[in-house]
Design a protein around this ligand. Structure first.
Ligand code: CP
Ligand code: NVA
Length: 304
Protein backbone atom coordinates (compact mmCIF):
# COMPACT_ATOMS: atom_id res chain seq x y z
CA UNK A 1 0.00 0.00 0.00
CA UNK A 2 1.63 3.28 -1.14
CA UNK A 3 -1.40 5.61 -1.07
CA UNK A 4 -5.06 5.67 -0.02
CA UNK A 5 -6.79 6.91 -3.17
CA UNK A 6 -9.88 4.65 -3.20
CA UNK A 7 -10.89 1.42 -1.46
CA UNK A 8 -10.76 -0.57 -4.72
CA UNK A 9 -6.96 -0.35 -4.43
CA UNK A 10 -6.82 -2.16 -1.05
CA UNK A 11 -6.99 -5.90 -0.45
CA UNK A 12 -9.23 -7.25 2.35
CA UNK A 13 -6.00 -8.10 4.22
CA UNK A 14 -4.79 -4.50 3.97
CA UNK A 15 -8.14 -3.21 5.23
CA UNK A 16 -8.00 -5.66 8.16
CA UNK A 17 -4.46 -4.49 8.94
CA UNK A 18 -5.65 -0.86 9.05
CA UNK A 19 -8.60 -1.76 11.29
CA UNK A 20 -6.43 -3.81 13.66
CA UNK A 21 -3.89 -1.01 13.99
CA UNK A 22 -6.71 1.53 14.44
CA UNK A 23 -8.06 -0.55 17.36
CA UNK A 24 -4.58 -0.65 18.88
CA UNK A 25 -4.04 3.11 18.51
CA UNK A 26 -7.47 3.77 20.02
CA UNK A 27 -6.58 1.57 23.01
CA UNK A 28 -3.22 3.30 23.43
CA UNK A 29 -4.78 6.77 23.21
CA UNK A 30 -7.36 5.88 25.87
CA UNK A 31 -4.64 4.49 28.16
CA UNK A 32 -2.21 7.39 27.79
CA UNK A 33 0.33 5.32 25.84
CA UNK A 34 2.18 7.60 23.42
CA UNK A 35 2.83 6.45 19.86
CA UNK A 36 5.10 8.97 18.09
CA UNK A 37 5.50 6.96 14.87
CA UNK A 38 5.68 10.13 12.71
CA UNK A 39 8.21 12.03 14.81
CA UNK A 40 9.95 14.64 12.67
CA UNK A 41 7.53 14.23 9.76
CA UNK A 42 5.25 16.85 8.18
CA UNK A 43 1.88 16.08 6.63
CA UNK A 44 0.12 18.59 4.34
CA UNK A 45 -3.68 18.76 4.53
CA UNK A 46 -5.11 20.34 1.37
CA UNK A 47 -8.76 21.38 1.51
CA UNK A 48 -10.73 22.55 -1.53
CA UNK A 49 -14.02 21.96 0.35
CA UNK A 50 -15.25 22.62 3.90
CA UNK A 51 -14.63 20.17 6.73
CA UNK A 52 -15.06 19.76 10.46
CA UNK A 53 -14.21 16.11 11.17
CA UNK A 54 -11.60 15.49 8.50
CA UNK A 55 -9.64 18.63 9.25
CA UNK A 56 -9.66 18.30 13.02
CA UNK A 57 -9.06 14.53 13.12
CA UNK A 58 -6.13 14.78 10.71
CA UNK A 59 -4.58 17.78 12.47
CA UNK A 60 -4.85 16.21 15.92
CA UNK A 61 -3.99 12.76 14.55
CA UNK A 62 -0.69 13.92 13.05
CA UNK A 63 0.11 15.77 16.27
CA UNK A 64 -0.62 12.66 18.39
CA UNK A 65 1.74 10.69 16.15
CA UNK A 66 4.50 13.18 16.89
CA UNK A 67 4.41 14.88 13.49
CA UNK A 68 3.57 18.34 12.18
CA UNK A 69 0.26 18.91 10.38
CA UNK A 70 0.01 21.77 7.88
CA UNK A 71 -3.49 22.99 7.03
CA UNK A 72 -3.38 24.16 3.40
CA UNK A 73 -6.56 25.83 2.19
CA UNK A 74 -6.78 25.84 -1.59
CA UNK A 75 -7.93 29.44 -1.31
CA UNK A 76 -4.42 30.32 -0.11
CA UNK A 77 -2.40 27.93 -2.30
CA UNK A 78 -1.34 28.77 -5.85
CA UNK A 79 -3.44 25.75 -6.86
CA UNK A 80 -6.43 28.07 -6.30
CA UNK A 81 -4.96 30.44 -8.92
CA UNK A 82 -4.38 27.72 -11.48
CA UNK A 83 -0.99 26.17 -10.67
CA UNK A 84 -1.30 22.62 -12.02
CA UNK A 85 -1.68 19.81 -9.50
CA UNK A 86 1.22 18.04 -11.23
CA UNK A 87 3.59 20.89 -10.27
CA UNK A 88 2.12 21.23 -6.79
CA UNK A 89 2.73 17.50 -6.27
CA UNK A 90 6.36 17.69 -7.34
CA UNK A 91 7.07 20.72 -5.15
CA UNK A 92 5.28 19.52 -2.01
CA UNK A 93 6.97 16.10 -2.29
CA UNK A 94 10.26 17.90 -1.58
CA UNK A 95 8.99 19.40 1.71
CA UNK A 96 6.45 16.97 3.12
CA UNK A 97 6.24 13.29 4.10
CA UNK A 98 2.61 12.84 3.07
CA UNK A 99 -0.45 14.70 1.80
CA UNK A 100 -4.14 14.41 2.59
CA UNK A 101 -6.34 16.11 0.00
CA UNK A 102 -10.07 16.88 -0.07
CA UNK A 103 -11.23 18.02 -3.48
CA UNK A 104 -13.82 17.58 -6.23
CA UNK A 105 -12.38 15.39 -8.96
CA UNK A 106 -10.93 11.98 -8.20
CA UNK A 107 -8.46 12.57 -11.04
CA UNK A 108 -6.81 15.35 -9.07
CA UNK A 109 -6.03 12.92 -6.23
CA UNK A 110 -4.76 10.30 -8.67
CA UNK A 111 -2.59 12.95 -10.39
CA UNK A 112 -1.05 14.01 -7.08
CA UNK A 113 -0.08 10.39 -6.48
CA UNK A 114 1.25 9.96 -10.01
CA UNK A 115 3.39 13.11 -10.10
CA UNK A 116 4.41 13.29 -6.44
CA UNK A 117 6.76 10.93 -4.63
CA UNK A 118 5.12 10.80 -1.18
CA UNK A 119 1.99 8.99 0.11
CA UNK A 120 -1.34 10.61 -0.86
CA UNK A 121 -4.52 10.14 1.18
CA UNK A 122 -7.95 10.91 -0.24
CA UNK A 123 -9.90 12.94 2.32
CA UNK A 124 -13.05 12.96 0.11
CA UNK A 125 -13.75 13.54 -3.55
CA UNK A 126 -17.03 13.62 -5.45
CA UNK A 127 -16.33 9.95 -6.21
CA UNK A 128 -15.42 8.45 -2.85
CA UNK A 129 -14.65 8.89 0.85
CA UNK A 130 -12.31 6.04 1.82
CA UNK A 131 -11.16 7.49 5.19
CA UNK A 132 -14.77 7.71 6.33
CA UNK A 133 -15.60 4.17 5.32
CA UNK A 134 -12.52 2.74 7.07
CA UNK A 135 -13.82 4.42 10.24
CA UNK A 136 -17.30 3.03 9.51
CA UNK A 137 -15.99 -0.52 9.12
CA UNK A 138 -14.02 -0.10 12.35
CA UNK A 139 -17.18 1.06 14.18
CA UNK A 140 -19.29 -1.83 12.87
CA UNK A 141 -16.58 -4.38 13.73
CA UNK A 142 -16.31 -2.92 17.26
CA UNK A 143 -20.04 -3.41 17.79
CA UNK A 144 -20.57 -6.81 16.19
CA UNK A 145 -17.07 -8.30 16.59
CA UNK A 146 -17.03 -9.11 12.86
CA UNK A 147 -17.95 -7.76 9.43
CA UNK A 148 -18.42 -10.89 7.34
CA UNK A 149 -22.01 -11.95 6.89
CA UNK A 150 -23.55 -8.73 8.23
CA UNK A 151 -26.06 -6.86 6.07
CA UNK A 152 -25.14 -3.23 5.40
CA UNK A 153 -27.76 -0.97 3.82
CA UNK A 154 -27.37 2.50 2.32
CA UNK A 155 -30.41 4.69 1.68
CA UNK A 156 -30.39 7.98 -0.26
CA UNK A 157 -28.17 9.60 -2.86
CA UNK A 158 -25.77 7.38 -4.83
CA UNK A 159 -22.87 9.64 -3.84
CA UNK A 160 -19.26 9.35 -2.62
CA UNK A 161 -20.38 7.65 0.62
CA UNK A 162 -22.54 5.12 -1.23
CA UNK A 163 -19.62 4.35 -3.56
CA UNK A 164 -17.10 3.73 -0.77
CA UNK A 165 -19.53 1.78 1.42
CA UNK A 166 -20.33 -0.59 -1.44
CA UNK A 167 -16.65 -1.27 -2.16
CA UNK A 168 -15.58 -1.51 1.49
CA UNK A 169 -18.53 -3.63 2.58
CA UNK A 170 -18.24 -6.12 -0.29
CA UNK A 171 -14.47 -6.44 0.11
CA UNK A 172 -14.95 -7.31 3.78
CA UNK A 173 -17.54 -10.03 3.12
CA UNK A 174 -20.66 -8.06 3.98
CA UNK A 175 -23.99 -8.18 2.16
CA UNK A 176 -24.64 -4.71 0.76
CA UNK A 177 -28.05 -3.37 -0.31
CA UNK A 178 -28.49 0.13 -1.71
CA UNK A 179 -31.68 2.07 -2.35
CA UNK A 180 -31.47 5.25 -4.44
CA UNK A 181 -33.70 6.90 -7.03
CA UNK A 182 -33.06 5.39 -10.48
CA UNK A 183 -31.39 8.55 -11.77
CA UNK A 184 -29.12 8.91 -8.70
CA UNK A 185 -27.50 5.48 -8.65
CA UNK A 186 -23.96 4.91 -7.39
CA UNK A 187 -21.11 5.49 -9.85
CA UNK A 188 -21.09 3.10 -12.85
CA UNK A 189 -17.52 1.97 -12.01
CA UNK A 190 -18.70 1.00 -8.53
CA UNK A 191 -21.72 -0.87 -9.89
CA UNK A 192 -19.35 -2.71 -12.19
CA UNK A 193 -17.18 -3.60 -9.19
CA UNK A 194 -20.29 -4.79 -7.32
CA UNK A 195 -21.37 -6.94 -10.27
CA UNK A 196 -18.56 -9.32 -9.30
CA UNK A 197 -20.49 -10.03 -6.06
CA UNK A 198 -23.91 -11.05 -7.46
CA UNK A 199 -24.92 -12.96 -4.31
CA UNK A 200 -23.93 -10.14 -1.98
CA UNK A 201 -25.04 -6.90 -3.67
CA UNK A 202 -28.44 -5.50 -4.56
CA UNK A 203 -29.55 -2.12 -5.83
CA UNK A 204 -33.21 -1.14 -5.71
CA UNK A 205 -35.36 1.98 -5.86
CA UNK A 206 -37.26 0.77 -2.80
CA UNK A 207 -35.87 1.70 0.65
CA UNK A 208 -38.25 -0.81 2.31
CA UNK A 209 -36.92 -3.63 0.16
CA UNK A 210 -33.27 -2.70 0.75
CA UNK A 211 -33.58 -2.31 4.51
CA UNK A 212 -35.14 -5.75 5.10
CA UNK A 213 -33.14 -7.65 7.78
CA UNK A 214 -30.44 -4.96 7.88
CA UNK A 215 -27.82 -5.13 10.63
CA UNK A 216 -26.61 -1.60 9.92
CA UNK A 217 -28.26 1.25 8.01
CA UNK A 218 -26.39 4.21 6.56
CA UNK A 219 -27.61 7.44 5.08
CA UNK A 220 -25.98 10.73 4.06
CA UNK A 221 -26.99 14.21 2.95
CA UNK A 222 -29.16 14.49 -0.15
CA UNK A 223 -27.06 17.41 -1.44
CA UNK A 224 -23.32 16.88 -1.16
CA UNK A 225 -20.73 19.65 -1.22
CA UNK A 226 -20.71 21.18 -4.69
CA UNK A 227 -24.43 20.46 -5.26
CA UNK A 228 -25.74 23.52 -3.40
CA UNK A 229 -27.57 24.82 -6.50
CA UNK A 230 -29.61 21.59 -6.73
CA UNK A 231 -30.51 21.50 -3.05
CA UNK A 232 -34.18 22.54 -3.33
CA UNK A 233 -34.87 20.12 -6.19
CA UNK A 234 -33.10 17.31 -4.33
CA UNK A 235 -35.14 17.85 -1.16
CA UNK A 236 -38.25 16.99 -3.21
CA UNK A 237 -36.69 14.20 -5.22
CA UNK A 238 -35.42 12.22 -2.21
CA UNK A 239 -38.58 12.57 -0.09
CA UNK A 240 -39.24 8.81 0.05
CA UNK A 241 -35.67 8.06 1.13
CA UNK A 242 -35.71 9.30 4.71
CA UNK A 243 -34.38 6.99 7.44
CA UNK A 244 -37.19 7.03 9.99
CA UNK A 245 -38.80 4.60 12.46
CA UNK A 246 -41.28 3.28 9.89
CA UNK A 247 -38.44 2.34 7.55
CA UNK A 248 -36.30 0.85 10.33
CA UNK A 249 -39.24 -1.40 11.35
CA UNK A 250 -38.22 -3.54 8.34
CA UNK A 251 -34.64 -3.91 9.60
CA UNK A 252 -33.34 -6.22 12.32
CA UNK A 253 -34.22 -5.21 15.85
CA UNK A 254 -32.02 -3.74 17.23
CA UNK A 255 -30.41 -2.18 14.17
CA UNK A 256 -27.26 -0.03 14.07
CA UNK A 257 -27.56 3.38 12.35
CA UNK A 258 -24.56 5.25 10.97
CA UNK A 259 -24.18 8.71 9.43
CA UNK A 260 -20.87 10.20 8.30
CA UNK A 261 -22.10 13.68 9.31
CA UNK A 262 -22.97 16.47 8.89
CA UNK A 263 -26.59 15.31 9.26
CA UNK A 264 -29.65 17.23 8.18
CA UNK A 265 -32.38 16.25 10.61
CA UNK A 266 -35.85 16.11 9.07
CA UNK A 267 -34.30 15.44 5.65
CA UNK A 268 -32.31 12.19 5.21
CA UNK A 269 -32.83 11.18 8.87
CA UNK A 270 -35.41 12.06 11.51
CA UNK A 271 -34.44 13.81 14.72
CA UNK A 272 -35.69 10.75 16.66
CA UNK A 273 -33.68 8.16 14.75
CA UNK A 274 -30.60 10.39 14.93
CA UNK A 275 -30.86 10.87 18.70
CA UNK A 276 -31.77 7.20 19.35
CA UNK A 277 -28.53 6.24 17.59
CA UNK A 278 -26.38 9.23 18.59
CA UNK A 279 -23.92 7.13 20.61
CA UNK A 280 -23.02 4.92 17.66
CA UNK A 281 -22.98 7.87 15.24
CA UNK A 282 -20.54 9.85 17.39
CA UNK A 283 -18.42 6.74 17.99
CA UNK A 284 -18.21 6.57 14.19
CA UNK A 285 -17.07 10.21 14.11
CA UNK A 286 -14.44 9.52 16.80
CA UNK A 287 -13.13 6.53 14.87
CA UNK A 288 -12.12 8.81 12.00
CA UNK A 289 -9.19 9.84 14.22
CA UNK A 290 -8.04 6.30 15.00
CA UNK A 291 -8.56 4.88 11.49
CA UNK A 292 -6.70 7.77 9.82
CA UNK A 293 -3.82 7.52 12.29
CA UNK A 294 -3.53 3.85 11.34
CA UNK A 295 -3.47 4.76 7.63
CA UNK A 296 -0.78 7.39 8.19
CA UNK A 297 1.38 5.03 10.27
CA UNK A 298 1.18 2.32 7.62
CA UNK A 299 1.96 4.78 4.81
CA UNK A 300 4.51 7.09 6.42
CA UNK A 301 6.31 5.38 9.31
CA UNK A 302 9.98 4.69 8.64
CA UNK A 303 10.79 1.00 8.19
CA UNK A 304 12.33 -0.48 11.38
N1 CP B 1 -17.70 13.08 7.58
C1 CP B 1 -16.84 14.06 7.18
O1 CP B 1 -15.97 13.85 6.34
O2 CP B 1 -17.03 15.24 7.82
P1 CP B 1 -16.35 16.65 7.45
O3 CP B 1 -16.93 17.07 6.13
O4 CP B 1 -16.74 17.55 8.58
O5 CP B 1 -14.87 16.46 7.35
N1 NVA C 1 -21.60 13.21 0.68
C1 NVA C 1 -21.14 14.28 1.53
C2 NVA C 1 -20.23 13.75 2.59
C3 NVA C 1 -19.73 14.77 3.56
C4 NVA C 1 -18.77 14.21 4.55
C5 NVA C 1 -20.46 15.35 0.71
O1 NVA C 1 -19.70 15.00 -0.21
O2 NVA C 1 -20.68 16.53 0.95
Amino acid sequence: MNHLLKLQDLSPEEITRILDLADQLKYEKKHGIEHPYLKGKSVGLIFQKSSTRTRVSFETGVHQLGGQPLFLSSADLQIGRGEPVQDTARVLSRYLDGIMIRTYEQKEVEDLAEYGSIPIINGLTDYCHPCQVLADLMTIREKFGKLEGLKMVYIGDGNNMANSLIVGGLKMGMDVAVATPADHKPDPAVLEFAAAYPDHFTWTESPEEAVKDADVVFTDTWASMGMEAEKEARLKLFQGYQVNDELLAHAKNPVMVQHCLPAYRGQEITEKVFEDHADEIFEEAENRLHAQKAVMVLLMKDPQ
